[in-house]
Ligand binder design. Structure first.
Ligand code: PLP
Length: 227
């Protein structure tokens, strides 16, 4: 199957999952994860109607920013080192993986130089697994509070990556927990913070994530094939 065929299939599965959950399908956006894929694949997906692309590695994203002239929207979804932020300032519309205040401060500084705002999500390590990045659940509210004070950052919601992402049943409690945490943060009514976005669900478990309220699903393999 071609990239457009895979995309059509994934969009249909998103629609079905949203309807099954009693949700408006337009409340779920697809982030096509294009890490390790050539720009030709990104352009093929764009021509088939896909506009949002997620990348993990800054050294890979920077040449793509220069090569892709189509009106795509870039999201950073992977672990981000503060010293790399300057290379992408003003060029990506959302960063899903903010897990520490020092990173948020650097994003604020770099976007501030351009007089622009950056939308961010707080990455939370729901499972508590040591190898995964993300703030703890307890640390999330404090981090949101600190980010809310930064003038060039808008906190839009939360992101998580469960350790067992190939088993949708095992991941589902993690998704439910992220949603509960977002509700708890929203209840704090922190000025300038909204908790509308829940970035969760990948190729193996996005339907379960949609059942639990995902608004951004990050799908790579099921669109572009095995990496
Ligand atoms: C690679 C990656 C994805 C996509 O994973 P697939 O299983 O290929 O769909 C989603 N989120 C993050 C953070 C990733 O690193």
């Amino acid at each position: 199957m071609s990239i457009p065929d895979h995309l059509a299939l994934i969009n249909k599965r998103i629609l079905t999952a949203a309807e099954k959950a009693g949700r408006d399908p337009s409340s779920v956006r697809l982030v096509a994860v294009s890490k390790t894929r050539p720009t030709a694949d990104i352009i093929a997906a764009f021509q088939a109607g896909q506009t949002v692309f997620g990348e993990n590695y800054i050294q890979e994203l920077v040449p793509k920013l220069a090569e892709v002239h189509e009106a795509v929207e870039w999201h950073v979804i992977g672990h981000l080192q503060s010293n790399k932020v300057k290379y992408i300032a003003g060029q990506v519309s959302m960063i899903h993986s903010v897990d520490r205040i020092s990173l948020a401060q650097e994003i604020d500084r770099q976007w501030g130089k351009l007089g622009k705002m950056c939308d961010i999500l707080i990455q939370v390590n729901i499972s508590g697994e040591v190898s995964k990045s993300g703030t703890t659940e307890e640390g999330a509210i404090q981090l949101v509070r600190e980010c809310a004070l930064l003038p060039h950052i808008r906190v839009k919601g939360l992101m998580t990556m469960p350790p067992f992402f190939d088993d949708p049943d095992a991941a589902r409690p993690c998704f439910a927990e992220l949603r509960r945490l977002a509700e708890a943060v929203a209840a704090q009514q922190i000025a300038g913070v909204d908790m509308k976005e829940l970035s969760m669900g990948m190729s193996g478990d996005f339907e379960a994530a949609i059942q639990e309220g995902a608004t951004l699903v990050r799908i790579g393999t099921a669109i572009f094939g095995e990496r």
